[in-house]
Design a protein around this ligand. Structure first.
Ligand code: SF4
Ligand code: SF4
Length: 170
């Protein structure tokens, strides 16, 4: 299969922080043109290096960030060993049923999920099996994260099976 390209998507130009140009997360990049970058030939390293999960091949065409309205960004760390960050690129997109479906499925696979809203709100969903020490909990809270443990109460519409994403195969 041919490698994916960003096409007309510029979602991460909004969602992600660009340290070199001091662009904060969730703020439009001043160099962003409707379908491209004004400084494409000399764009910052952060821009060159970033590849969202859709660009790497995760999810079908619906999951192209400018269509679904969210950017998927998987990372590993010391405290949260596996984490899928879901960045809101269009207001309200984190409420999509598809987003909750994937959130539920990854939590069941013991992968933490972080929802990052354009407003700056950050909600971390932790798998039931993961137990944090008080110090680790405090660290997450100090980073401004709201902590939620799976199962997610009050969201009855999480669909089971048929996910179009498969981060488990990494
Ligand atoms: S969000 Fe993904 S597909 Fe869209 S511009 Fe960024 S890297 Fe490309
Ligand atoms: S500098 Fe260019 S590539 Fe980087 S976020 Fe801005 S528009 Fe996108």
């Amino acid at each position: 299969m041919a490698p994916r390209t960003c096409g007309g998507c510029t979602a991460c130009y909004l969602t992600h922080e660009i340290t070199e140009t001091k662009k904060p997360a969730g703020q439009p990049c001043p160099f962003c043109l409707p379908n491209s970058c004004e400084i494409y030939q000399c764009k910052p390293r952060s821009c060159t290096d970033f590849r969202c999960e859709w660009l790497k091949g995760i999810g079908d065409g619906l999951w192209r960030p400018d269509r679904i309205g969210v950017v998927l960004d998987y990372c590993t760390g010391v405290l949260l060993k596996q984490l899928l960050q879901i960045w809101e690129a269009r207001p309200g997109a984190l409420a999509n049923a598809e987003v909750w479906e994937v959130t539920g499925e990854l939590l069941e696979c013991n992968i933490c999920v972080l929802h990052l809203y354009l407003s700056g709100k950050k909600v971390i969903f932790l798998p039931e099996q993961l137990t944090l020490s008080p110090r680790e909990r405090k660290q997450l809270l100090s980073e401004g994260l709201e902590i939620t443990t799976f199962p997610i109460l009050g969201i009855p519409s999480i669909k089971r099976g048929g996910s179009r994403l498969c981060l488990e195969t990494r």
